[in-house]
Design a protein around this ligand. Structure first.
Ligand SMILES: Nc1ncnc2c1ncn2[C@@H]1O[C@H](COP(=O)(O)OP(=O)(O)O)[C@@H](O)[C@H]1O
Ligand code: SF4
Ligand SMILES: [Mg+2]
Length: 326
């Protein structure tokens, strides 16, 4: 259904220089599938989603690649054709529901607006649809007369989901939809997305910095580092067999109920920014396994185990040694 092919998204800085934020990214998504994209803040998760939505900021552009949606390169569509697809075919929910919603109109008006602008439904039909949508996102009908700031963060995220579902999209992109919420509400929203995905038979791209959430929701996970895909596999396989040192680091920094208090958490030192990300392996300056080759060459993404891909010289040699010993 969706195929992102060699996508590069770049920024032009004040001096006119162009830097890639997402580099040569490729992935596929099948109908009804859930893919999680995981990586720490600033690694390009949102920018690649904005490229799909055609909503990149003015100084940021797709400089290479294709985005095929049902075999059509949506990067070549006119703005009018794009608007047709957004909402009807692909919908987006993101972290900051409060800024996405208009503070001076009620929830009812938000939902009615979409039906008025995008469908031929009569007012009565739209009202009935809204009633149904609220039931699906498990919100009381009384919320319709509220303004966005009068409801809780979890309720706002449910409203965002209702808005995203108004036109029956085939693909939902959820960009950190639970990040601003407390743990209980997070869990509820995650379960709701799972339920809605089944009911609407949608594919979902779930973007998160949290591997545990990714595992809870996704069939497949890929790990993005500094705009580059460094590892991809089925969710279960990634948890039983992480291969890339960065993925190791993400696992080690996971806080669970069992993490003892007072013990320093594991940290991946440094940041993904800085000039050295432009040559060799992007992770080399932070990697405990780096060697000379990592400074000279860029590791390519290779299938090291069945349907498990990793871009790392060390992982490749360790994994082949392991298999020889098996
Ligand atoms: N509007 C913008 N102008 C300039 N740089 C931006 C803008 N938005 C994002 N960036 C930069 O692009 C990179 C990727 O950002 P983003 O996709 O938002 O990361 P993530 O969603 O993974 O946290 C970051 O280094 C960020 O600083
Ligand atoms: S290629 Fe080298 S620097 Fe990059 S992750 Fe692997 S070992 Fe570390
Ligand atoms: Mg983001």
């Amino acid at each position: 259904m969706l195929e992102v092919k060699s996508l590069t998204v770049s920024i032009r800085n004040k001096n006119g220089k162009i830097y890639p934020l997402v580099k040569n990214l490729s992935y596929k998504l099948n109908e009804g599938e859930t893919l999680a994209i995981v990586g720490e803040s600033g690694c390009g998760k949102t920018m690649q989603a904005m490229a799909i939505m055609g909503l990149l900021p003015p100084n940021i552009h797709v400089t290479q690649g294709q985005i095929l949606f049902n075999n059509k390169n949506i990067l070549q569509l006119s703005p009018k054709e794009r608007r047709e697809i957004n909402g009807k075919e692909i919908a987006l929910v993101f972290q900051d529901a409060l800024t996405a919603l208009n503070p001076v109109i009620t929830i009812r008006q938000h939902l009615l607006e979409v039906f008025k602008a995008r469908t031929n439904l009569t007012l009565n039909e739209a009202e009935n649809k809204i009633k149904e949508l609220l039931e699906q996102v498990e919100l009381p009908q009384s919320i319709l007369s509220s303004y966005p700031h009068q409801i809780s963060g979890g309720q706002r995220q449910r409203v965002m989901l209702a808005l995203a579902l108004t036109l029956n999209p085939k693909l939902l992109i959820a960009d950190e939809p639970t990040t601003a919420l407390d743990e209980n509400t997070q869990e509820q929203i995650l379960n709701l997305i799972k339920k809605l995905q089944k009911a609407y038979k949608m594919a979902v791209i779930f973007i998160t910095h949290d591997l545990i959430l990714a595992k809870e929701i996704a069939d497949r996970i890929f790990v993005l580092y500094s705009g580059t895909k460094v590892e991809e596999s089925l969710a279960k396989e990634l948890f039983s067999n992480p291969l890339h040192p960065y993925t190791y680091g993400l696992f080690k920094s996971i806080i669970t109920k069992d993490t003892p208090k007072g013990i320093p958490l594991f940290e991946i030192h440094g940041s993904p920014r800085g000039r050295s990300r432009f040559y060799g392996c992007p992770f080399k300056d932070r990697c405990k396994k780096s060697s000379r080759v990592c400074y000279k060459f860029v590791p390519s993404l290779e299938e090291l185990r069945p349907r498990h891909y990793c871009a790392c010289f060390w992982a490749k040699s360790i994994d082949s040694q392991r298999r020889q010993n098996d």
